[in-house]
Design a protein around this ligand. Structure first.
Ligand SMILES: *[C@@H]1O[C@H](CO)[C@@H](O)[C@H](O)[C@H]1NC(C)=O
Ligand SMILES: *[C@@H]1O[C@H](CO)[C@@H](O)[C@H](O)[C@H]1NC(C)=O
Ligand SMILES: *[C@@H]1O[C@H](CO)[C@@H](O)[C@H](O)[C@H]1NC(C)=O
Ligand SMILES: *[C@@H]1O[C@H](CO)[C@@H](O)[C@H](O)[C@H]1NC(C)=O
Ligand SMILES: *[C@@H]1O[C@H](CO)[C@@H](O)[C@H](O)[C@H]1NC(C)=O
Ligand SMILES: *[C@@H]1O[C@H](CO)[C@@H](O)[C@H](O)[C@H]1NC(C)=O
Ligand SMILES: *[C@@H]1O[C@H](CO)[C@@H](O)[C@H](O)[C@H]1NC(C)=O
Ligand SMILES: *[C@@H]1O[C@H](CO)[C@@H](O)[C@H](O)[C@H]1NC(C)=O
Ligand SMILES: *[C@@H]1O[C@H](CO)[C@@H](O)[C@H](O)[C@H]1NC(C)=O
Ligand SMILES: *[C@@H]1O[C@H](CO)[C@@H](O)[C@H](O)[C@H]1NC(C)=O
Ligand SMILES: *[C@@H]1O[C@H](CO)[C@@H](O)[C@H](O)[C@H]1NC(C)=O
Length: 716
């Protein structure tokens, strides 16, 4: 060492300078290299593009010769590494290429809302950098694979695979590796087997779990109670059984708990429910719960929505319910709750918007305190045992759009209509099966109801005429006045009701002829104008099985059956080309079936039975391809039964009681002079028949709809 020659100063400097120059050169080279994404990443992205059969115009920007960091939907970091692929709702079709899994620095992949199909490659799922993966709203199928054992840990925080067609059992061990998982949404797929519960074993920040709309079975895993950060638990529409596990109530951060539409049992435990003091949304509807609503529910001060409909709960409502002052929705329909509603002080529930008590066993009068809930938009008390007169104070409920009182024992219809006429926002008023044997007020000062679209005053045995004030309800779409004792003729002002398309005046004692005005109803002539798509605040039941969310979904109906109408069927009935159902049965109509009836090509139901009609059945009726119910029995018709089209599907009972009719399905065969021209079943008819089946199925089960008994009892 001692003998070592000192390095001359200048040479050292020189040497140093050379290195610096070389370093700078390298730096320049490096910089120019990293100003573009790597070839490898570009190739991975181009492979993904290559897997698309429909690329939504991506090729315009995704060109090989250019820097992939500048491509549409791509984000890179300072090192020109792809960190984000964001291609939601771009109309992409094809498959998800495994190559996306080889993007080394990818943090977020969002392919939501496309039409991608086939499986989710394990390479993508197991990317060692991915923090957020959203492939919701696609058509991906197959199973969701378990992460391989070679991957000890995974940085995933958000996984959204909802609204696809995934099947098979759900991964379980995978969630022990995702220690940062915050949100998992696998809703609206077809997963089967046990519901996993290992989420919180390793991830303390796990907050959102949505497994709703799948086919999970077995018990609700008590392990979810370990999820101390869990805010949202949704598992509605599955096949879960058993009781709510006690341990579940240890998840005290829960704000949204929804387990509706499962096969659970048991009761809502008073001590357990109070642990969930952060609950904002509780939905245990259609689960099979029984027992009382616990007093302790009053401690859920943040609760906004309470859904317990369609269970077997009973007993009185606890007084403490009025402590839940944040409530906006109380839905208890279809239970066995009973007792006086007045136990609850509704004045305190000033945020209440929806109160649905349909089909319980409540008694007494409507508590005055309800009239303080000025934000109420929907109030349904139907199918209970309420009685008494409506209070004037209901006029305070200025936001009310939906009111159903059907099937109680309310009295004084005059009073009721006078109070409600000035409710400007009221769109649906259903008050049938009340006011038994009262008189329909004719008073012309009933002149409000400006926005009423649906009026149901059926099954009241009301007497009097069809009042003139009805003619002022120019927004009315549905008029249900069946099963009363209305007298007089059908008024000629009907055609002033421009929006009306559902008219049921059946089972009254109306006389006179079918007025010409009815043949001019604009909404029975043309397709419904969907001017107001506004939905019912609450689903309306036409029977226990069929519910309607919008008045527009109701069919076009003219039902004048079971009255004392005389004269002929108007010759221009064929103008009502939009009718889906025409029922003129059980009247005293005479004359022929007008030829123009064959123009009612939308008809699904035609009932002319039990009249005094004569002449032939128009042969062209066999052109009504949607007709599924026909009844012309008990008239005096003659000649052959048409044999083409839908007529092949009708039974003898459709024609009984017409001794002069003949045809192959009747005992009376036609002789050659009477025989109808042979209708050859063309291919077109076969196609029409298929169309019919589809249209009919889409029609909410028409058979039940026209079951008047059911209809009139339950509508509300
Ligand atoms: C992109 O270009 C490079 C070089 O020009 C070429 O080697 C590669 O095959 C191209 N990739 C694709 C997917 O066309
Ligand atoms: C994915 O993109 C959609 C549409 O922009 C957005 O609604 C969604 O929140 C995104 N997903 C994630 C996880 O950020
Ligand atoms: C998918 O779920 C995640 C987590 O809940 C959420 O952030 C994202 O917005 C969802 N995506 C869509 C399209 O709603
Ligand atoms: C899960 O995704 C569905 C859409 O598929 C969405 O409607 C739902 O709100 C999401 N759940 C949560 C908790 O964000
Ligand atoms: C369920 O998923 C299917 C298929 O992706 C989608 O069409 C449908 O809108 C989804 N339903 C809901 C309620 O999100
Ligand atoms: C409903 O609850 C009552 C007791 O309140 C019980 O007797 C009845 O069996 C239950 N019905 C069903 C279908 O669970
Ligand atoms: C009902 O609640 C209101 C408002 O909270 C209160 O003023 C009123 O005294 C209560 N009525 C009864 C009978 O407790
Ligand atoms: C309704 O309550 C009465 C007693 O108030 C009871 O006798 C009846 O069985 C109950 N009806 C139903 C359907 O629960
Ligand atoms: C309705 O109430 C009246 C008395 O207000 C009573 O006579 C009648 O029996 C009740 N009807 C029904 C069906 O409960
Ligand atoms: C019905 O209500 C009106 C007030 O609207 C009242 O004058 C009448 O006396 C009431 N009738 C009965 C029977 O209570
Ligand atoms: C016809 O209406 C009356 C009430 O006016 C009712 O008693 C009767 O049951 C109804 N008939 C049918 C078949 O619904």
């Amino acid at each position: 060492m001692k003998n070592m020659q000192p390095i001359p100063q200048h040479s050292l400097c020189k040497n140093h300078g050379g290195r610096l120059a070389m370093f700078s050169l390298a730096l320049v080279l490096l910089l120019s290299l990293s100003s573009s994404c790597s070839e490898q990443e570009k190739t991975s992205l181009l492979q993904f593009l290559g897997g698309l059969s429909q690329d939504g115009g991506l090729t315009v920007s995704w060109r090989n010769g250019t820097d992939c960091c500048t491509w549409v939907g791509i984000t890179c970091n300072a090192n020109r590494e792809v960190t984000e692929v964001s291609l939601a709702s771009r109309g992409l079709e094809g498959h998800v290429s495994p190559s996306l899994g080889s993007l080394k620095g990818i943090l977020r992949l969002n392919l939501s809302g496309n039409s991608l199909s086939s499986g989710l490659p394990l390479e993508v799922m197991s990317s060692s950098s991915m923090v957020s993966l959203d492939i919701s709203f696609n058509s991906l199928s197959g199973g969701l694979l378990e992460l391989p054992p070679s991957i000890p840990e995974h940085p995933l925080q958000v996984l959204n695979i909802s609204s696809n067609f995934f099947t098979g059992s759900f991964p379980s061990t995978t969630w022990e590796k995702t220690r940062n998982l915050v949100a998992l949404n696998a809703s609206n797929n077809s997963f089967t087997g046990w519901m996993p519960s290992s989420f919180c074993i390793s991830s303390p920040s796990f907050a959102v779990l949505d497994l709703s709309k799948n086919r999970f079975s077995g018990h609700i895993p008590p392990g979810l109670g370990n999820c101390s950060a869990l805010r949202v638990l949704k598992a509605e529409y599955n096949n879960m059984i058993g009781t709510l596990p006690d341990k579940l109530f240890d998840a005290t951060s829960l704000e949204h708990l929804s387990l509706s539409n499962n096969w659970l049992e048991g009761t809502l435990d008073a001590q357990h429910i109070t642990k969930l003091r952060n609950l904002i949304f509780l939905d245990l509807a259609v689960t099979g719960l029984s027992g009382k609503m616990p007093d302790s529910i009053g401690q859920l001060k943040r609760l906004e929505e309470l859904h317990l409909e369609h269970n077997n709960m009973s007993g009185e409502l606890p007084t403490s319910l009025s402590n839940c002052t944040s409530l906006t929705t109380i839905s208890l329909r279809r239970n066995n709750f009973q007792g006086e509603l007045a136990k609850v002080n509704f004045s305190a529930l000033s945020n209440l918007k929806t109160l649905d008590l349909y089909s319980n066993n409540f008694t007494g009068t409507v508590p005055e305190s309800i009239y303080s809930c000025t934000n109420l938009t929907a109030l349904r008390l139907s199918v209970n045992k309420f009685h008494g007169q409506l209070s004037k104070r209901i006029g305070n409920l200025t936001s009310l759009t939906f009111l159903s009182l059907t099937h109680n024992n309310f009295t004084n219809i005059t009073n009721t209509l006078h109070i409600l006429k000035s409710s400007r926002n009221l769109k649906a008023l259903l008050i049938g099966v009340n006011f038994r044997h009262e008189v329909m007020p004719q008073d012309e000062t009933i002149d409000g109801f400006e926005n009423l679209q649906v009026l149901g005053i059926h099954n009241c045995s009301l007497s009097g005429k069809l009042p003139v004030w009805l003619s002022k309800l120019t927004n009315l779409k549905m008029m249900l006045l069946s099963n009363n004792r209305f007298t007089g003729s059908i008024p000629s002002w009907f055609n002033t009701l421009h929006s009306l398309f559902y008219i049921d005046l059946s089972n009254n004692t109306l006389t006179g002829e079918i007025p010409a005005a009815l043949m001019e109803m604009p909404m029975l002539q043309a397709e419904k104008a969907y001017l107001d798509m506004k939905y019912f605040e609450l689903p309306v039941y036409l029977s226990s099985a069929y519910q309607y969310r919008s008045p527009n979904a109701l069919p076009q109906v003219l039902n004048l059956s079971s009255n004392d109408l005389t004269g002929i069927i108007p010759l221009n009935i064929g103008q009502l080309g939009a009718l889906a159902s025409l029922d003129l049965s059980f009247n005293n109509l005479s004359g022929k079936i007008p030829q123009s009836i064959c123009n009612l090509t939308k008809l699904m139901v035609l009932d002319l039975s039990n009249n005094h009609l004569t002449g032939p059945i128009p042969a062209a009726l066999d052109g009504l391809n949607f007709l599924s119910e026909l009844n012309v029995s008990n008239n005096d018709l003659e000649g052959p039964i048409p044999s083409g089209g839908q007529f092949g599907t009708f039974l003898e009972s459709s024609f009984n009681g017409n001794p002069k009719l003949c045809g192959s399905i009747l005992t009376r065969r036609c002789d050659s002079a009477e025989a109808s021209p042979v209708t050859t079943l063309l291919a077109k008819q076969a196609i029409d028949k298929t169309a019919f089946v589809i249209a009919f199925s889409a029609f909410f089960g028409l058979g039940v709809l026209y079951d008047q008994m059911v209809l009139s009892r339950v509508f509300g």
